[in-house]
Design a binder for this molecule. Sequence first.
Ligand SMILES: [Zn+2]
Ligand SMILES: [Zn+2]
Length: 244
Amino acid sequence: MNWIGQQIGGLVDFLFPAACPICLGALTSAAPASSFCTLCTSTITPLPSGRCSRCALPFIASSGSSHYCADCSRELPAFSAVYAAGLYSGAMKQALQRFKYAGAVDLDQPLAELLYAQIPPDIDEHVIVPVPLHLSRLRQRGFNQSLLLARALAHNLQLTLEQAILKRTVDSHSQQGLDALQRAKNLNNAFVATRRLDGCKVLLVDDVMTTGATVSACTQALKDVGAMNVNIAVIARAPRHGNG
Ligand SMILES: [Zn+2]
Ligand SMILES: [Zn+2]
């Protein structure tokens, strides 16, 4: 670039500084090697070491000992492990809400990069499968947030994306008015896999994991068609309340 080009580039940077994709504040040159500003980065909390060794539920007393939560002790979930970029709080929560409800779809890559950093490097031979949306919800939102994240993650991990294997046949909108037990029962029949996956290892991708009911139902559908092992990758892990 010639001298005039450099001056114009500098002026453009000065007039239109790159914005943090979460808070939309200016990304200063002092920001660390992150897609987010220093302030947002500081409120992204990794999962505590005190968490369920199966479903990654954060324990209130965050001692480092490894054990199962009450639910997993009662009945182990069908999935093997949960990887998460962080807790569903602070800037992470804000980012996911902008991504999902305000159409900030360009957050897919920065969020997937945070998740990628938490996935063990020896994960290989897995196929990446997103949690599907029901068709009516997809029409309403215009995109499946889990598919965008799964696509970006598959690119980072250099693994194959299988985006059409799982179908959601029951819309969770129709779950309103049902109690927790009825919801879980409904969810169990909400997903079907469209072809055999004999002996496959699957990394199932979703945006947020709360109760784990959704990823458990997807895991069951994948195992019903022969998947050998299913691991879960979510951007954020929430404490157990609400849906999902
Ligand atoms: Zn920010
Ligand atoms: Zn657990």
